[in-house]
Design a protein around this ligand. Structure first.
Ligand SMILES: CC(C)(COP(=O)(O)OP(=O)(O)OC[C@H]1O[C@@H](n2cnc3c(N)ncnc32)[C@H](O)[C@@H]1OP(=O)(O)O)[C@@H](O)C(=O)NCCC(=O)NCCS
Length: 175
C-alpha cells in the first residue's frame, strides 16, 4: 500500500456529507465528471442518500441502471473522492462505462488517492462473484490510465465513442 494512503476510508455516503459532497460535485463538473450520480433538483439530500443505498440492493433502479454501490473516500474528515461500483455489466457498461468509476477532488490529487480508491473498490467487487473487472478511461486520461495499470489493468482495446473521446478498456483479474 502507498504509505500516503493508509488513512483513506472508503465508506457509504451519509446524511452528514451533504455540504462537502455538493462542493465536490461542483469542482468535478469542471472536468466534465459527475461526483454525485443522478442528482435530482429539489430532492432532499437524505432522499438522495437513501436512493443510492437502495440501488446497492437493486431497489428503485432507474431505467438502464444496474445494482451499484456508491462509496466516498474520506481522509482525516475530508471527502477526497468517490467510487461507483457496478455489480454487473449491461451493454453500455460493457462497451464504455465499466464496473468502476472514480474521481478525486482537484485539491487532493497526486497523492495516490485514486489508486487506493480503485484498489479498495476491486475488493468490494470481488465478493460479489465478479471474476474480472472492466475499468475504462478516456484514451487521453493519462492519470486514470496509470491508476488502472497500477492496479493490474490489462488493456484489451481502445474503442470509439459516439460524441466523445475514445475509451481505453482494461480488465483486472479478481478470481
Ligand atoms: C484521474 C484522477 C482520478 C487521478 O486521481 P489521483 O488521486 O490524482 O491519482 P493518483 O494520485 O492515484 O495517481 C497515480 C498516478 O497516476 C499518474 N497521474 C495522476 N494524475 C496525472 C495527471 N494529471 N497527469 C499525468 N499523470 C497523472 C501519476 O503517475 C500518479 O502517480 P504519482 O503521483 O506517484 O506520479 C483524477 O485526476 C480525477 O478525478 N480526474 C477527473 C475525473 C476522472 O478522470 N476520473 C476517472 C474517470 S475514468
Amino acid at each position: 500500500m502507498d504509505p500516503r494512503e493508509s488513512a483513506l476510508r472508503l465508506r457509504p455516503l451519509t446524511d452528514a456529507d451533504r455540504e462537502q459532497a455538493l462542493c465536490a460535485h461542483e469542482e468535478l463538473a469542471a472536468d466534465g465528471f459527475e461526483f454525485l450520480l443522478d442528482l435530482r433538483e429539489g430532492e432532499p439530500w437524505e432522499e438522495h442518500v437513501r436512493r443510492h443505498e437502495g440501488y446497492r440492493h437493486g431497489i428503485g433502479l432507474p431505467e438502464g441502471y444496474v445494482p451499484a454501490t456508491f462509496l466516498v473516500a474520506e481522509v482525516a474528515g475530508e471527502l477526497v473522492g468517490r467510487s461507483s461500483i457496478r455489480h454487473e455489466l449491461n451493454d453500455h457498461l460493457r462497451q464504455v462505462g465499466g464496473h468502476i468509476g472514480y474521481g478525486v477532488r482537484p485539491a487532493f490529487r497526486r497523492r495516490g488517492h485514486a489508486t487506493e480508491i480503485l484498489r479498495r473498490s476491486l475488493e468490494v467487487l470481488r465478493p460479489l462473484g465478479v471474476p474480472r473487472a472492466l475499468v475504462t478511461c478516456d484514451d487521453d486520461n493519462t492519470g486514470s490510465a496509470t491508476v488502472i495499470e497500477r492496479c493490474g489493468g490489462r488493456l484489451e482495446n481502445v474503442v470509439p465513442v459516439a460524441g466523445g473521446a475514445p475509451k481505453r478498456r482494461y480488465w483486472i483479474d479478481l478470481a
